[in-house]
Design a protein around this ligand. Structure first.
Ligand SMILES: *Cc1c(COP(=O)(O)O)cnc(C)c1O
Length: 465
């Protein structure tokens, strides 16, 4: 399978190159040249597979011949052996509420599903093709630790993770900064997540820096992450549709960078009978406003909310959706994105807006509603939602045949949960004892130059050279 840039400025590249490239060299995002189609008989057959076998089938469609099937199988098995639930991503039912639990990996958030795989995939490709990789990423909370756990101790990889200082939960911070492997470098920037992400984007767009330091991405712009996340939509559907290929199911997806819900969109385009995809945002509602108005416009500020992993203004995967909304017309995508960069907003025409409303529902959920949802679900079922999951559950209210994605374990968000229900969720093993471990982290101003100098200094000492 070949991959193209949403902005049309890259010669087709294979799967391995697309994974190693991360962001396309023309500033766009990589997308497959066509979306593989899955027919009804295949859906029925897939609904009987375990998670790992299903992942092998889904991923093979996008990897093609580039990785031998047996190697891909090994990669998948190694990636999900770190999950503590035998089903990897089980669907649990609580009094009529269906929850797809995505938090059984080593950092207790859904990003492990993609990043355990991506870490192993990077290692495999680097060993096969030779070379080193320096991963640079920005995190609003969960990506960083999941990425660090994905690559810790891997010989050919150094990882630099920027997080907004003081704006991730204490547990999230400790999850990152207490990993003391020599290849792990944490940087706290004095600014917001968007500042951190802006710095990362600027360094990736500095093409000479990017190539001389062999920078790679783990943010949700990496195609392999989308792909790994697509698997659990098929898996969850299989758990509730009982092999009936006509059974349509909706999903409610707590959304920030639009990676997770885009994976659901991809599954739907592949032929999974998805009814509605609900984009559930918090007060940072650029995507909800887009679905309401057809106008994608940066708001006046990033609000801190109870669901910090979704506190972002610009959803980096949205460009992939625009590409499909415009039927692969990369010239228009480029024009729209340039307009966005200049003026902070873009607008799609009425027909495209109607299409977007056909593809997605959206709702913005306040902190008060989030807390009330945690409380209501706990009162009704005894089940504790993390605040991100609660945003999705609230957005799904009143709908039937819907699965709510649980994107993090509630024990990661102690304060929000305690404020809502007066108690804490029991910690999974992976979170126990974290606050007692010694951290390691460098603080920097939120400027491109400061971060660039730090990378140069670290890498010139021989690490990752
Ligand atoms: C990252 C994250 C989200 C948002 O996912 P996107 O793919 O960025 O839309 C939601 N909830 C949690 C817990 C997360 O870590």
């Amino acid at each position: 399978m070949n991959y193209l840039s949403t902005r049309g400025g890259v010669e087709p590249v294979g799967f391995a190159q697309a994974v190693m490239m991360g962001l396309a060299t023309d500033g766009g995002l990589l997308v497959p040249e066509r979306i593989p189609q899955v027919d009804a008989a295949t859906l029925t057959a897939w609904s009987k597979l375990g998670f790992q076998d299903l992942a092998l089938e889904v991923l093979t469609l996008f990897v093609g011949e580039e990785i031998p099937r047996q190697h891909l199988r090994t990669l998948i098995e190694r990636s999900y052996a770190t999950f503590t639930h035998p089903e990897v991503t089980p669907v649990v039912e609580q009094d009529g509420l269906r929850i797809l639990e995505l938090f059984h990996g080593p950092t207790a958030a859904f990003k492990d599903v993609a990043l355990q795989f991506l870490g192993n995939l990077f290692e495999y490709l680097l060993e096969r093709d030779g070379g080193q990789l320096n991963i640079l990423g920005a995190t609003s909370g969960d990506t960083g630790s999941a990425a660090i756990y994905g690559v810790r101790g891997k010989e050919r990889i150094q990882i630099f993770i920027l997080h907004p200082k003081g704006r991730v939960s204490p547990i999230q911070e400790r999850q990152m900064t207490t990993v003391l492997d020599a290849n792990v470098h944490n940087i706290a920037v004095r600014g917001t997540f968007d500042d951190a992400q802006g710095i990362v984007k600027a360094l990736f767009n500095d093409l000479s820096f990017k190539s001389s330091y062999r920078l790679g991405a783990v943010n949700s712009i990496n195609w392999a992450r989308i792909l790994a996340q697509t698997v659990y939509y098929f898996y969850a559907w299989g758990r509730v549709a009982e092999g009936d290929p006509g059974k349509r199911i909706s999903f409610s997806v707590p959304t920030g960078n639009f990676g997770d819900v885009f994976a659901g969109y991809l599954a739907k385009r592949m032929g999974l009978p998805v009814d509605r995809l609900v984009i559930a945002t918090n007060r940072n509602d650029i995507l909800t406003r887009f679905i309401q108005t057809g106008r994608y416009a940066v708001g006046d500020q990033v609000y801190q909310t109870l669901s910090p992993a979704m506190d972002i203004q610009i959803a980096s995967n949205f460009e992939r959706y625009l590409y499909y909304l415009y039927d692969g017309d990369s010239a228009t995508v480029r024009t729209l994105l340039e307009q966005m960069q200049r003026s902070g907003h873009l607008e799609v025409d009425a027909a495209r807006h109607a299409q977007a409303c056909a593809d997605f529902d959206a709702a913005a959920v306040t902190d008060e509603e989030t807390q009330a949802q945690i409380r209501a679900t706990f009162a009704a079922t005894g089940y504790i939602l993390c605040p991100h999951t609660a945003v999705g559950v609230h957005a799904a209210r009143g709908r039937s045949d819907i699965i709510c994605l649980a994107t993090a374990h509630p024990a990661k968000f102690v304060d929000a949960v305690r404020d809502a229900i007066g108690r804490e969720a029991a910690q999974p093993l992976s979170l126990q004892g974290l606050m007692d471990k010694a951290p390691r982290c460098v603080d920097l101003d939120a400027t491109v130059d400061a971060v660039k100098a730090q990378l140069e200094a670290t890498l010139s000492t021989g690490a990752g050279a």
